[in-house]
Design a protein around this ligand. Structure first.
Ligand code: SAM
Length: 242
């Protein structure tokens, strides 16, 4: 989806769906910072759906490795600075009032990768600032599930089935299999299977890695109509003032 099928992304996940969620993240970050945040770095910004709402409140720099997703975000968020980069290794040599890492953190599938992403957030976070990490699941709230959805544009349509399951509960990954039905203007339907291997870590592992990096972290349960209340938890981590 993030490479060859990237042009279809807005029909899988539309910016409007992120408004309430983005409002929650903005409030949580603002509450955690020592002073009101103005600059925000997003790591793994994808098509820029969250940023399309957050940019009303913050000056955003968006880091994303996939060229197709960056192009979508540049079109949606022309007023934001975009950087092609990997959340494990990118170094911008500047600090931000806050760092936001949404569902892209799910692509950290080993503890070593997650530690690198957390270190990236720490070095870019100003002392007194905060970072927010929003994994799709942690070990404690993971449930196998199915979902479906999709959207139409004037010319194209997409519908998907999403199947989340864990082949090996003893390791740090789970699998999300997607079946996409992709409708082109002539009415033809193409079918694609897309497998995402995503990271799954226990709350105590998150808190340990965030503390090791120098953050003061706390888990925050999310009650949100778009997300299953009680089954979703984010980590808000403050960087102590010098
Ligand atoms: C579900 S999309 C993010 C959508 C985003 N939350 C939004 O608001 O539009 C996940 C993104 O994570 C990105 N990603 C995967 N591995 C990454 C990495 N190592 N560093 C940064 N981003 C990564 C993918 O390229 C993809 O665009």
């Amino acid at each position: 989806m993030y490479e060859e099928l990237a042009p279809w992304w807005p029909l899988l996940s539309s910016p409007a769906e992120y408004e309430e969620e983005a409002g929650f993240y903005a409030e949580a970050l603002a509450a955690a910072c020592a002073r009101p945040p103005r600059t925000v770095l997003e790591l793994g910004s994808g098509g820029g759906n969250n940023a399309s709402h957050l940019k009303a409140r913050f000056e955003m720099v968006l880091v994303e490795p996939a060229a197709g997703m960056l192009a979508l975000s540049r079109a949606l968020n022309p007023e934001c600075e975009h950087v092609q980069g990997d959340m494990r290794t990118v170094r911008l040599d500047r600090q931000f009032d806050a760092v936001f890492v949404h569902d892209a953190v799910a692509y950290m599938t080993t503890e070593a990768d997650l530690r690198m992403a957390i270190d990236t957030a720490f070095v870019h976070c100003r002392p007194g600032g905060a970072a927010l990490f929003a994994p799709d699941h942690i070990r404690e709230n993971f449930q196998p599930s199915t979902d479906h959805g999709g959207h139409d544009s004037q010319t194209h349509g997409l519908r998907y089935l999403e199947w989340t399951w864990d082949p090996d509960p003893a390791d740090t990954t789970y699998v999300v299999d997607y079946a996409y039905l992709l409708r082109t203007p002539d009415g033809a339907i193409r079918v694609e299977h897309d497998r995402h291997v995503e990271g799954l870590f226990a709350r105590e592992d998150w808190l340990r890695l965030l503390s090791d990096a120098g953050f003061e972290p706390r888990p925050v349960p999310v009650e949100h109509s778009e997300l299953d209340a009680g089954s979703y938890e984010v980590f808000v981590a403050t960087r102590p003032p010098r």
